[in-house]
Every structure is written in structure tokens, then in C-alpha cells.
Design a protein around this ligand. Structure first.
Ligand code: CDP
Length: 234
């Protein structure tokens, strides 16, 4: 697998900024992470998109997830490319929209619990972090596994009903109307699998700052994170 993520960072100030943002679905982490990266002029990496793209590949191949050698063989033939505008390419095809579809939502946590998948993607994410200088990386295991030495680590959370409502709204805006009940149960099940898996589960690790976003706006969460990084900023 190769990656094309490149960004002109502000080498003088921000090149060593490593910021980890973890949290469950609908906690606001993608929007927040993207905005923090924009304001600091550093790379933004959505690691969930990588798990989603691999899931799409395995779904299309009708892969039996219990057959680890089949999964491994497919992974070996996979080329993931990440562009700085957040488009993601799977074997040369732009799959940015397709990885957000319900069939990928339903399967991704089952794929993400496979150690062979995690090993590959974590290695790739660590290479991207090393090459990037400053980076905001968001996912489920960034503080615990991908960038344990990052000086700034956050865990965003919100109540399940609020997260489900946010996700439903996002899907509607993309022209994918789903019922509240369906979204609620899908993210609840994904949270369960992500938190219970043996390999680098979703959890709050020591040294991580937890932000409950239930009644905060995106701007307020971004502000809180920026304050933490640079307490002198107004
Ligand atoms: O955007 P949303 O919060 O719905 O999910 P995502 O960030 O796109 O991640 C999709 C799935 O990928 C998660 O539910 C996890 O199963 C998996 N994932 C992971 O295991 N580790 C990561 N660092 C990122 C995502």
C-alpha cells in the first residue's frame, strides 16, 4: 500500500504538533479534527476512512472474514492512496463517497477487529505521521496505539441519542435518509464491537483529555482543543 498524503506544513511552528483525537461515531471528531488541522495548517488524517476502504474491498471480493489468509492475500494486493483534499483511492478508484454507504457502515467494525487489518493500517498511519511533521489524526486507537507519544490527546464523547441524531442529520444532508432507530442501532452496535475487541479497542487511555460534546458546538470544541495546545491563544 502506498499513500500520497502531502501537505505544506508551517515547518517553523507546527511541524512537531501531533494531535490524537479518538471517540465513538457521531462524537464530532471528524469535523473537529479537520477544523483544528485547518487552523494550525497541519495534515488531517481520518483513519476511519482507511478501515472503510479496506471493508469495501473485502465486501466487493465477497471475502469470508474468518478466512484470515484470504483477507491477508486481498490486503497484499490493495493500494490505498490518500489525497490532501480527503479523497481516498482504492486500487486507483476514487471511493470517497462509496465508503460512507450503509453496507460499509454495517460491516466496517467486523473488518476493523481483524488483527491483520489493524497491523497493516496502523503501520501505514505511523508512516504518514512520521512523514507529515504536524498532524491531527482521528480514529479509535490513535492515543493508545498509533501515536502513543503524541503530546496532545483528546477523546470526544456525547450521549448515544445525540450522536445518533447528528449522524442521521449528516446522512440526510448527503441524500441518504435513514430512520433514527436504524442509525441509533447501527452506531450502538459499532460502539459495542469497537469497545469490546481484543486488539486496540476504543477506550480512554491515561493522559487523554475527555471532552463531552453533548451540549457543545463544533466551534466550542475546536476552541477548547486549541486552548490546550496553545494556552496563550485567546
Ligand atoms: O465516522 P464514524 O465515527 O462513523 O466512523 P469512522 O471514524 O469512519 O470509523 C469507522 C469504523 O472503523 C469504526 O467504527 C471502527 O470499527 C473502525 N476504526 C478503527 O477500528 N480504528 C480507527 N483508528 C478508526 C476506525
Amino acid at each position: 500500500m502506498v499513500e500520497d498524503l502531502e501537505k505544506e506544513s508551517d515547518m517553523s511552528i507546527n511541524s512537531k504538533l501531533k494531535i490524537a483525537i479518538d471517540g465513538p461515531a457521531g462524537s464530532g471528531k471528524s469535523t473537529v479534527a479537520r477544523e483544528v488541522a485547518r487552523q494550525l495548517n497541519i495534515v488531517y488524517l481520518d483513519t476511519g476512512a482507511m478501515y472503510r476502504a479496506i471493508t469495501l474491498k473485502l465486501l466487493r471480493a465477497h471475502c469470508d472474514l474468518s478466512d484470515h489468509s484470504q483477507v491477508e492475500a486481498l490486503l497484499e494486493q490493495t493500494v490505498l492512496q490518500l489525497a490532501s483534499d480527503e479523497r481516498i483511492f482504492l486500487d486507483g478508484e476514487d471511493v470517497t463517497a462509496e465508503i460512507r454507504k450503509p453496507q460499509v457502515n454495517a460491516a466496517v467494525s467486523r473488518v476493523a477487529e481483524l488483527p491483520v487489518v489493524r497491523r497493516k493500517l496502523v503501520r501505514q498511519q505511523q508512516e504518514i505521521a512520521a512523514a507529515a511533521g504536524g498532524i491531527v489524526m482521528e480514529g479509535r486507537d490513535i492515543a493508545s496505539t498509533v501515536m502513543p507519544d503524541a503530546p496532545f490527546k483528546f477523546y470526544l464523547d456525547a450521549t448515544l441519542p445525540v450522536r445518533a441524531r447528528r449522524r442521521m442529520q449528516e446522512q440526510r444532508e448527503k441524500g441518504l435518509p435513514l430512520s433514527y432507530e436504524k442509525v441509533f442501532h447501527e452506531i450502538k452496535e459499532r460502539d459495542r464491537i469497537d469497545s469490546e475487541r481484543a486488539d486496540s479497542p476504543l477506550t480512554v487511555t491515561p493522559g487523554v483529555q475527555v471532552i463531552d460534546t453533548t451540549s457543545l458546538t463544533i466551534a466550542e470544541v475546536v476552541e477548547r482543543i486549541l486552548q490546550e495546545i496553545n494556552p496563550q491563544t485567546d
